[in-house]
Design a protein around this ligand. Structure first.
Ligand code: MG
Length: 401
């Protein structure tokens, strides 16, 4: 290995949790795998990945920090602060770490200073209790105060617990249907808050006291509504309440946090390390959840995790990636002392494991990603399976160019 040089990139548009871009970055006859956060305009992500790769060709892929910073700074006038450009950078940075690990002959967590743990705990996202395909199209969830409603939430939770997960997340913000009274304001009415409380009560009753439970509000509500709802959820020992208010105004989130005993979690809609400076400065969160495949990559995740550690706060990355992005994030989580749980969003996707071969056997084993000593991430793609799950609409193909 005299002087490895980046030579080319291949991409694949694949529908996993959503339409995501798989990135295969080559240096001679070695490649690294990355994955960009699922985005509807996946063809746009692909175009940006290809333009960014032109800035990487000829470079030594082992200089990961320098190359990620090069991509960010060279695009600072063209979107390097956030959005799809940063998502494209994230997938390439992820691929660079895999490539560097393979070239050095070590797993990626070793490049981050070694592992605090090699079993990375996952929490299972259960949506709103709509993880089976038929329920995805429910216009209204069953009333959680009825026996049918309780049975519905219990069945969803039991499925995840039966797979070995010990931490779950449910959404409670879909309080529409007959409870809706305005399409645009962010205010919750009494019946909507009661419905949320009923859902959480039913879920907590179904899973018992030992299972960790997070609740997501998808950035939908105004400050007074968020405070009322958070206080109403205090009896249920939540692991966290996620994004009760929109993501742009961190002082508003801090106000919610100061007003309730429920731990507040946010970060999945922030890009790059910089807004996380403010998230800690204003005291907006109890738990921080950047999305590695979206907001800048693994090293950016480390910087945020270390900022959180300086405030004695846990690091629990958001993750809606397929198997590549999930394993990549797990390597970083292994190397951070303050890591607690990583999201797994593919409970209803029975083809998730088919997409790859993983050195540890299955990617998800008993609610964890178990890391190995294999170089890089220890993961490889199954191209036939990627083709079966191609996001055809993107018009990109699977490693077709
Ligand atoms: Mg969320």
């Amino acid at each position: 290995m005299s002087h490895p040089r980046i030579t080319r990139v291949e991409t694949a548009a694949v529908r996993v949790v959503g339409p995501c871009l798989v990135v295969r970055l080559w240096a001679g006859d070695t490649y690294g795998l990355g994955e960009c956060y699922p985005s509807a305009p996946v063809a746009a992500v692909d175009a940006i990945v290809r333009a960014l790769t032109e800035q990487l060709v000829g470079e030594d892929p082992r200089d990961v920090h320098r190359l990620a910073e090069k991509m960010r700074r060279w695009n600072i006038f063209t979107g390097g602060q956030g959005g799809t450009v940063v998502t494209a950078i994230s997938g390439l940075e992820m691929a660079l770490w895999d490539l560097a690990g393979k070239l050095h002959g070590v797993p990626v967590y070793q490049l981050f200073g070694g592992a605090f743990r090699k079993k990375v705990r996952l929490y299972a996202d259960c949506n709103a209790g709509t993880v089976d395909a038929a329920a995805h199209h429910l216009t209204e969830l069953p009333d959680p105060t009825t026996p049918e409603g309780r049975a519905h939430f219990k069945a969803v939770a039991d499925r995840a617990l039966g797979m070995g997960f010990t931490a779950l997340k449910f959404d409670v913000d879909d309080v529409y249907g007959s409870l809706r009274d305005d399409d645009w304001n962010r205010t919750l009415n009494r019946r909507q808050i009661d419905r949320m409380v009923g859902q959480v009560e039913a879920i907590r009753a179904a899973i018992g006291d030992e299972v960790a439970l997070a609740i997501d509000m998808h950035a939908r509500f105004d400050v007074p509504s968020a405070i009322k709802a958070a206080r109403a959820l205090e009896p249920f020992d939540l692991m966290w309440l996620e994004e009760p208010v929109p993501p742009e105004n961190l002082a508003a989130l801090a106000e919610v946090r100061r007003s309730t005993a429920v731990p507040i979690c946010a970060g999945e809609n922030l890009y790059t390390r910089f807004p996380f400076l403010d998230i800690f400065r204003v005291g907006a969160v109890d738990v921080v959840m950047p999305d590695i495949a979206k907001f800048g990559g693994l090293a950016e995740g480390r910087r945020v995790a270390e900022l959180a550690e300086l405030h004695y706060l846990p690091f629990a990355p958001h993750n809606v990636s397929g198997p590549i992005g999930t394993v990549a994030a797990a390597h970083l989580c292994a190397a951070q002392s303050n890591f607690t749980v990583l999201e797994y969003h593919a409970l209803d996707l029975d083809f998730f494991e088919d997409l790859v071969t993983y050195a540890g056997g299955t990617v998800v084993t008993d609610g964890h990603v178990v890391l190995t000593d294999a170089p890089g991430y220890g993961i490889d793609v199954n191209e036939d399976a990627l083709r079966r799950h191609e996001h055809v609409k993107a018009g990109i193909g699977v490693f077709a160019r």
